[in-house]
Design a protein around this ligand. Structure first.
Ligand SMILES: Nc1ncnc2c1ncn2[C@@H]1O[C@H](COP(=O)(O)OP(=O)(O)OP(=O)(O)O)[C@@H](O)[C@H]1O
Length: 550
């Protein structure tokens, strides 16, 4: 069982104490039963024994303390396990390369990081309680066997049948649970279209109708499988409850028929049988959760394996540093191809050769889908080359230096995500932040306090301006801007090309811009024009040129 293996592997520290506390609380329960029986017999004779009273109080205290410890520790351990798994997943995602993340899909990753870890958060504490109740049952069995072996055999055989019935049905429920999860995922996918594509849906009634129809279908399918699953579960529950009442009946109607001297222990045995009902109920209640937990764990493990396999095939990127900030970076005969899920290449770039120098502005131009962003992903070390080389100051950048190389670059890709917190910018000087915000004409909109922007609820162009503030605070030797100006108004576009870019150039940075703004092509020291994954012949291959302003 995956769960047991993981608990043994990940949480070996408290297991012994936890087991001891469980056993002590189970012994205390059995002792309480004995004390109740003894005190009831005294009470029948009109006696109240102070000795039994003290023993009862001590045993209740022992039960309370040990049970509390076991419950609290088990919940803490469950949360610790979830935290460990989450941190491991965060680390693996962070180290994964872009191709792997794109191939796995952000929705699947999101599902594992949220739904599956949440399932664990819900089920693990309940399973811990189920485990405790199972230990309790062992001790109740010993006590009942001591009273009457036959009563014990009958009670546990019957309880065993009740649990077996339920577990067998739960096994059959597995498929419908998988179906239910798949149905929920389909609803989730449709919801993503609805929420992310809200504007597009709002603008077009037919698109909205189609999407809502699909969502309704998916939701109705999810309802049907969920109802079916829960109906089965409800039937099982009712059946098991009825079986318990039958069990109590057996203690008073059936067992006396087969034993002699049972009259002396009938009350104690029936009380014990009543005590069994609770733990058996709990155990059978949490049993289906085992399947759910196993499924979540298997999803998590499968995702970890995929991420680890991708990371394992790549060398450790963080071990070596670049000798210093590069003044030239280049691709030589670089090739790369995207593949579909079946492994067939769908789009290839290269061989590409391009050089980018400090104190120069290089433009990358070309039509939509010509491979500009792909080239930038290769140049920035986000995706490994299939062939050719990535050079910094004329030296190939080995995999071991790739993180150090990436750390030299500030990049604002076209799908840039702006976090509210300025991660990675240590204590920016308030005056510098204010100056930059003013330079980007954002001083009236946003402030920075405690390393966070006051807001990121801004227009696309304004968010890009903040991204440029972050990039300038980072102050890296290389700055890459993928169609940065496309979202800016004409005034600020001019500021960008005629003031900001020359300023960055004057600072001696390697400035790389993907742009369609022909009007400013003359400003570049180099222009690489891309077409169908290649740099077009006659366009800026290793020599300087400037296009005339259109
Ligand atoms: N993750 C991916 N998987 C498969 N194919 C991809 C992937 N990303 C991009 N492509 C394909 O690669 C081609 C080039 O895309 P790229 O984003 O580099 O173009 P671009 O020149 O930057 O275009 P645009 O001007 O529209 O931003 C496109 O045809 C696209 O379909």
């Amino acid at each position: 069982m995956r769960l047991a293996a993981i608990v043994l592997r990940e949480l070996p520290e408290n297991l012994r104490t936890l087991a001891l506390m469980n056993v002590l609380s189970a012994i205390a329960t059995a002792a309480l039963l004995w004390l109740v029986d003894a005190a009831a017999k005294d009470a029948a004779k009109g006696i109240v024994s102070p000795r039994l009273l003290v023993m009862y109080a001590v045993t209740v205290t022992l039960f309370g303390v040990t049970h509390n410890y076991a419950l609290v520790t088990a919940s803490q351990d469950a949360e610790r396990l979830i935290h460990k798994i989450r941190l491991r997943l965060f680390g693996l995602v962070r180290r994964a390369d872009l191709v792997t993340v794109d191939r796995i899909g952000r929705a699947s990753l999101h599902g594992v990081l949220t739904q599956d870890t949440q399932t664990l958060a819900q089920t693990l504490p309940l399973l811990a309680i189920g485990g405790q109740q199972a230990v309790m049952l062992v001790f109740l069995a010993v006590y009942l066997a001591w009273l009457s072996p036959l009563a014990c055999v009958m009670a546990f055989a019957f309880a065993g049948i009740a649990v077996a019935v339920k577990v067998a049905r739960v096994q059959r429920l597995r498929r419908s649970m998988v179906e239910a999860a798949a149905a929920e995922t389909r609803v989730f996918d449709g919801l993503t279209d609805l929420l992310r594509g809200f504007k597009e849906v709002r603008m077009n009634r037919r698109r909205g109708d189609g999407l809502i129809r699909d969502l309704a279908d998916a939701s109705s399918r999810a309802r049907a499988v969920n109802v079916d699953m829960k109906e089965r579960w409800g039937r099982n529950f009712a059946l098991v409850e009825a079986m318990f009442y039958t069990l109590i009946g057996m203690m008073v109607f059936v067992v006396p028929l087969f034993t002699t001297g049972y009259h002396a222990v009938v009350v104690a045995a029936t009380t014990a049988a009543l005590f069994i009902v609770g733990p058996v109920s709990t155990v059978s209640f949490v049993t289906p959760l085992v399947a759910q937990t196993e499924m979540a764990l298997s999803n998590i493990e499968a995702m970890e394996e995929r991420l680890r396999a991708a990371a394992g095939s790549a060398p450790d990127e963080g071990t070596e540093r670049l000798p210093g900030p590069p003044t030239r970076i280049a691709l030589t005969d670089a090739t790369f191809a995207y593949h579909d899920d079946a492994g067939a290449p769908v789009f290839a770039v290269g061989p590409l050769s391009a050089e980018f120098r400090a104190g120069e502005i290089t433009f990358v131009t070309g039509g939509n889908g010509s491979g500009k962003s792909t080239m930038l992903r290769l140049l920035t070390g986000l995706m490994p080359l299939d062939g050719g080389q990535l050079l910094a100051d004329g030296e190939p950048v080995p995999a071991e230096r790739m993180q150090s190389y990436r750390d030299m670059i500030s990049a604002i890709f076209s799908d840039y995500h702006l976090s509210r917190r300025l991660y990675g910018v240590a204590d920016p000087a308030p005056a510098r932040v204010r100056a930059l915000l003013a330079r980007l004409e954002m001083q009236d909109k946003v402030t920075v306090t405690d390393g966070s922007f006051s807001t990121v609820a801004l227009s696309t162009g304004q968010r890009k301006r903040l991204a440029l503030v972050v990039a300038q605070l980072e102050d890296k030797p290389v700055i890459v801007l993928d169609e940065w100006a496309a979202d800016q108004d004409p005034h600020f576009r001019r500021v960008f090309y005629e003031e900001l870019l020359p300023e960055l150039k004057a600072l001696g940075k390697i400035v790389i811009c993907v742009t369609h703004d022909e009007r400013w092509f003359g400003l570049a020291d180099r222009v690489y024009h891309m077409n169908e994954g290649r740099i077009e012949e006659g366009h800026g291959h290793h020599h300087l040129f400037a296009l005339e302003t259109a």
